[in-house]
Every structure is written in C-alpha cells, then in structure tokens.
Design a protein. Sequence first.
Length: 311
Amino acid sequence: MSGGPEITLAKVEIPVTPDDSKRVVDALVDLFSPVTEVMGTLGDQVRLYRIRSVLRVLNETKALAEAAGLKLKRPPLRFLAPFLEEASLNDDNDSKDDELVSLWANLLLQASEDDGRAKRLMVDVLSRLTARDAQNLEMIVRNSRTDAYSINQLVDVAFQFERTDVNGILGEIQKTMEEDEALEKIVAEFEGHGITVISAGFYAFGEDNVYDVALPNEFFPDEDDLSLHALAALGLIKFPVVLGGPHKGGELNIILAIVTALGADFFLSTHDPSLRKAGSTLPPYEPDLSLIPRRHPVEEKEVERTKQLND
C-alpha cells in the first residue's frame, strides 16, 4: 500500500496515510466542543493507533450521544490519550468485540459528559477484559435469577455480604429442610442480596464421589473459571468465596461471586448513563443460551442423576 509512511508499532507494520489521521481529527472535532488547538497535536499521536478501531468507537459514542440528546465536551487529555490508545486495540474484524466497542463508547460518553467520570483506572481495567469476561461480569451484576433491583443495592452488595449472618442462614436451612429444598433456599437467600451463587451442593463421600444433590449453574461452566479469576484479579468481583461445612457424613459446599464497589462503578461507567439516576433499576440479565458452552459429558451425567433424585 502506498500514500504514507510505514509506522512500526510493537513489531507490526501499520500503513498510515495523511487521510487516516485527518479522519480521526475530524471525528474528534465533530464529537467534542468547544474545539481547541490541542486536537491537532492529539491527531498526530493517534496516527500510531489502529485508525479503524478508534473511529468505530468514536462513531458509536457519537450515536449514543445523539440518541440521548447530549452535547459532549472533551474529557481531560490524561484520560483521552490512553483511552484512544487502548480502544484502538479492539479487533475491528471480530464480531465478538462488538460488546467491548459498546463498553468503550459508553465509557467515553460518560467521561465526556462528566469530568468526574474520566478515570484512567477504568481505561486500564477495560483494556484487560475479553468479550467473555465482560459477559461474565454482566451476568454477575445483573443476575438472571433475581428480580430487578436498584442501583443503590448494586453498589452496596459487597458490604451487604459482610453484614450477612452466613453461618446462621446455613445452619437454620440445613436443620429444617430436605437437601434439594435447602439448596433452593440458599440460592434465593444469597441472590436476593445480589450475590451470585456459582455452585451449591451437598457432597457425599461415596464410592462415586459425586454430589448427591446439587444445583449447577449452567451460565458459568468450568471453562469460565479462568475468566472469573481474571475478574477477581482486576478487583471487579470477589471470587471464589467458599462457604459450607459438615452435613450428614458429607459436606455442604457453596461457591459465590460478589461484585465489589469497584466492579459496580466500572459497570455503571461502561453502560447506559441513565442507570446512575437515583431510584433506577437494573433489569435481570438475559443471556443468549446459544452462546453458553455445553457441559462436559460427566457433568451432564451428574445433572441427570440429580434430576432423577429430585423427581
């Protein structure tokens, strides 16, 4: 390809033309007002980035702003420069990155509307997420098994858990209910507070060494453990939170995932700004079941065995 210099970035040859740089500068000028002289300098820096991906995010941000009737102002350069650099790394040809583009666009929208939302930390966190990580975080925040709850609840979830009498809840449930009913009660008790139950079961030490009664979570198969650990490493969730104790010669085992205060703020920073309004509710997440990986055959067998026991 001709028409401009070849720029080497991280050992990747990226042809960039003057027209590419002009398109990015024009998009920035069109997006933010008032225009300042710093836009030209920023445009020169953007020539190092993947132009098409940056434009995709900027265009998505503009569409969101127009739909909401917002007039945006340029966020601080300490936010905007790293934002453009990291947003440019989305794969423009990968449909799986569509969800990430939406998160980038909402993050820029909110930073452009409110200087207080222009946090470099949010850029760093988002740059480290895969599309599957983002989907898992959304499933934890907007649990599909609970009714819609308020944003204030979301922000307080981690602290609510600290105030919960976990041992008292588990003790009373175990003493008064059959195992299958107890598990349903346990899940309802925790998830009513916005805490996600990844798995729960009464484990019997028999020759098969399998759960006698269990409620597997089909939305978080074993393949997602690494993703959940990544979310925990970024400080967005607490995982794994392991609870349980002895039960009739076996044990009760519960694994939870809990959104943190940082996770709640990150979610709100990368989604519809209207969610931040007082009293707004968060609808339950409705995952595309076609995207959920099937369980391993051994797990399928255990699920069928559990179903037979419950029947």
